[in-house]
Design a protein around this ligand. Structure first.
Ligand SMILES: [Zn+2]
Length: 456
């Protein structure tokens, strides 16, 4: 835990250097910017490859030793790095080198999963280690005028309850269950989210908290977390599919989140699986989400004879049951052997499998990860999905794909949201590897490297 009294200056230069060029899309253009670009380059190198001696930093960045010393002294005073020996440095008679270490506890990153019926907020250090967590029920149907002030209040509560220091908070990432426009500011015609179309979520949260905000679709963010810390680590082409009230998909293609031309890629919930099927919230008929999403799954379980016990669904007409708390009961009942619930989940799995067979033919992923409340059913959902994929997609693609439940579960979206912010300020690991992973990069073009830092 970060002690709240250790005081980072509010105007810490490392934050100015990293946050402004990367989050705001700023490009280095004058001497002040060049100085900031060099601070960013040095700090990113230390974070990714440290601890390093000052002489090694100079060699790897191509900066002069004087410049490096001046930058490192500044970073030391801001406590974002510290100096010391390493235990395993070979003494061999000579002096042990003084190494510069990254201080991952110098800053706090916030990640928020603003789901339709549930929220999770985490605070992490600068190495994505979770320091604090807050979660609870949520209802996006209450609209942005209620939900956005509540989100900022929940964030403030998390910070104050855990005695974290606001001065150290660098930024917040938010995963949200709808299409986000290409600028990552605004929701675009999200189905099931009346009142949210065109709302500048990024701007409203930024104004309320006065910190940088990065918004993205929740499945894109979940995919990012799984690709970094979860079951898809190291996979360059995979799909992260969330099955709950809605059904959505985050796609990683060639190692990067694929957002499409206007940010809407991956909406498999609105794949047509029955052109004469029931009406969907998007206005079309027979969408996957309308036929296999949680509300319909609950209705199908009740129609098949499921009799809820003392749970929330008890005594309600099937049409009144429309939230994930109820589907969690159906999933639990299925896991305890209720045949009606198992049948409803298998039926949903068959339809989801049809949609994913099309996805497999189109994208040829190596892994499909299932997440969301319905994915907790495990094999009951996985088996019909896998069978449909093997039956309906070309063998050349289907034999290469592994289907499994996500590894990070409830934390995936919040952790991915925090990771978005970390990538925005420190660059993605791929980028750092390219710039600084090679000792031959002594002549690395520093300004070019800095302007490339807009990759998130
Ligand atoms: Zn639809």
């Amino acid at each position: 835990m970060t002690p709240s009294d250790a005081g980072v200056p509010p105007s810490a230069r490392w934050r100015d250097a990293l946050v402004r060029p990367s989050v705001v899309g700023h490009r280095a253009s004058d001497l002040h910017d060049m100085r900031e670009a060099n601070i960013a380059l040095v700090l990113r190198l230390i974070r990714q490859h440290g601890p390093l001696a000052r002489v090694a930093i100079a060699r790897r960045t191509g900066l002069s030793r004087t410049t490096v010393s001046s930058i490192v002294d500044g970073l030391l005073s801001e406590e974002i790095v510290r100096e010391g020996e390493t235990l395993n440095a070979a003494p061999s008679g000579g002096r042990r080198p003084i190494l510069v270490h990254f201080n991952e506890s110098a800053g706090i990153i916030l990640g928020a999963d603003m789901g339709r019926t549930h929220f999770t907020i985490i605070a992490t250090d600068l190495d994505a280690r979770i320091l604090a967590r807050r979660s609870g029920p949520w209802d996006t149907n209450l609209g942005p005028d209620v939900c956005l002030p509540r989100l900022t209040a929940e964030i403030r509560s998390l910070i104050s309850e855990r005695r974290l220091d606001w001065e150290r908070v660098v930024g917040v990432g938010i995963g949200i269950p709808g299409p986000v426009d290409a600028t990552l500011h605004t929701l675009v015609a999200p189905p099931r989210m009346a009142g949210w179309d065109g709302v500048d979520v990024e701007g409203i949260i930024r104004a309320a908290l006065n910190i940088p905000v990065i918004l993205n679709n929740d499945t894109n963010v979940g995919a990012l977390a799984e690709s970094r810390y979860g079951a898809a680590a190291g996979e360059s082409d995979f799909a992260y599919v969330k099955v709950g009230t809605g059904i959505g998909c985050g796609l990683v293609i060639n190692g990067e989140i694929y957002r499409g031309s206007s940010g809407v890629a991956g909406e498999i919930g609105h794949f047509t699986v029955d052109s004469a099927g029931p009406l969907c919230d998007c206005g079309n008929r027979g969408c996957l989400e309308a036929m296999a999403g949680a509300p319909q799954l609950v209705r199908n379980a009740l129609a098949a004879g499921y009799a809820p016990g003392d749970g929330a669904a008890s005594g309600l007409h099937p049409n009144e049951i429309d939230n994930e708390i109820d589907v969690a009961e159906v999933v639990q009942a299925a896991l305890h052997g209720d045949r009606a619930c198992q049948s409803a989940i298998r039926g949903a799995g068959e339809l989801i499998g049809v949609a994913l067979a099309n996805l497999v033919n189109l994208v040829n992923p190596s892994v499909i990860l299932l997440d969301g409340s319905v994915a907790r059913a495990g094999a009951i959902l996985l088996e019909p999905i896998t069978a449909a994929i093997q039956q309906r997609s070309l063998w050349a693609a289907s034999h290469a794909v592994r289907v499994q439940v996500s590894a990070l579960g409830d934390s995936a979206v919040a952790l991915g949201a925090a990771t978005m912010v970390l990538d925005a300020i420190f660059g993605s690991p791929v980028y750092i590897e390219h710039v600084a992973g090679d000792d031959d990069a002594a002549e690395a073009p520093v300004l070019g490297a800095a302007s490339g830092a807009t990759d998130a």
